[in-house]
Design a protein around this ligand. Sequence first.
Ligand code: ADP
Length: 486
Amino acid sequence: MNTVSNPAFDHDFYKNILESLEDYGVFTTDKAGIVTSWNRGAEHVLGYTEAEICGQKANIIFTEEDRANGVPDHEFAEALEKGRGLDERYHRKKDGTLFWASGLVFPLFDSENQHIGFTKVLRNLSRRKEAEDDALEARRYAQSIVQTSKEPILILNADLTINSASQAFFNLFNLVKNGTESMNIFEVLQSRMPIEPLKAEMQHYDSFENMELHYPGRDGVEDRVLLVSSRKVFQTFKSIGQFLMTFEDITAQRRLEQAREDFINIASHELKTPISVIRSYAQILQMELKDQSTEVVGKTLERILAQSDHLIRMASMLLDVSALRSGDLKMKKEHFLLLEVILEVVQQVNQSQTKHHVRIDEVADATVYADKFRISQVVANLLSNAIKYSPDGDIVTVTITINEANQTIRTSVIDHGIGIPLDKQEHLFKRFSRTDDVKSRKIQGFGMGLYISSEIIKQHNGYIGVSSAGGDGSTFFFDLPLWKAH
Ligand code: ADP
């Protein structure tokens, strides 16, 4: 049987399809717009049954406003004139509620090609409309946050034109807001700052954090420093191609930091000289009074010497920190045998200690190309920490081993002191970092020694690290490359 050519089957077949389309309402009208048929989809979408609506004017599904403006008649007229009419608008259900729908209207003709009415296919788009409205709402919300923000912040479109920006952004660059919307960000900024580094960063990365930009300020004298960050904007986990960009002017902060560095630098310089003089006078007194000194005078002089050593060390460290910050801590490298330097430092420490003893367990020796003074400074720092942070211990061990595979020599300082929790270990090499444990135990320190040591080792292409299992002491070590004669 040829089912396709069977007209009865065709009719049922298409009717069944039309009936099964729940989100598509299909109905027909006569020329005057009176409903003549109504499918189940229309019943579902609009709420009227076929029996209820047949014989009524189809324009009851329009809003009152649209009816008053002649929209239903206009739709029919357009369909008749162009063969179809299409629009998207609110429609009214039987219960009076409105929903967003697209309507497609076709004119109907009989077998003699006489116009007999219209078919309208109505599609319920409320879900799509809701999603679009939500997205629009979210965008407007984000824009209003950006525009009212007190921070210099902006949203860029995918083509890097400005979508919206806060007044603070315009103020920061002394720009006028009007006319900048839809302009390319680089066009807007080019007269205010060098844009090439920013351009390069944006070409390479989707997102970046705290990119530092330096440029001459408007007065041409003072350098301005800006931190720029950029993030892709995501909406329900999907990138919508926009960027959120923030600017932070840290010029004033940098100026303050610089003033602090300068002060530390000058103060440490100025401190060092008088302390060294006090120290020298105390030494002279110690020598002069050698035979006639009382116990009290002897102890007092020893304390003056110890405290001035302490102050001199502190001033030197502050000077080092400030030299490191300005990149002025230069290494004076030479060839030497590492063991010699370590032995010298260990001997000095042992001479000045009564309670702790530093012993050398494993010894290897090799030539390194390094700054002798700075390397002994690192060893002295590790040893003084090992002693300071093992108040109940008495032995500190030093080992020197060679790693042939890496061509490095490792110096380790092992103590049995208070140890360091795992999560604190990586921070110790930062400036002014001290563990809570040592603060609560009131062990004196400034948190500068390890920072300086790690910077020194870095300048030797070496590595400094720590291992500590907590309560059972710590092992600090540093690796230096072996020097190879070519
Ligand atoms: P300072 O000892 O002056 O505080 P450092 O930079 O030398 O400064 O050390 C930083 C911190 O690292 C110390 O304050 C301490 O918390 C921890 N630390 C360093 N060495 C040891 C050690 N051998 N045992 C336990 N903690 C240590």
